[in-house]
Ligand binder design. Structure first.
Ligand code: FES
Length: 58
C-alpha cells in the first residue's frame, strides 16, 4: 500500500505526496486562478503559514 501524506508547506500549498514524491500541489491561500491547484499566487500575495503534516496514511 502506498504511503500518502498531505503536507501544508511553509508559506505555500498543500503538497500531496505518494511514496515520497510530490504528485500535486493544492492551493491553501485562496488566491489561485487555477483552483484547486496552486498556481504560485501565494508568493505574490505574501501568504504566510507554518509547515506541518496535515494527513498521513501508510
Ligand atoms: S497556495 Fe499557491 S496559489 Fe494558493
Amino acid at each position: 500500500m502506498p504511503r500518502v501524506r498531505i503536507i501544508a508547506s511553509k508559506n505555500g500549498p498543500l503538497l500531496v505526496e505518494v511514496d515520497g514524491k510530490v504528485k500535486t500541489a493544492l492551493c491553501r491561500c485562496g488566491g489561485s486562478n487555477n483552483k484547486p491547484y496552486c498556481d504560485g499566487t501565494h508568493a505574490k500575495i505574501g501568504f504566510k503559514a507554518e509547515e506541518k503534516v496535515a494527513f498521513e496514511v501508510e
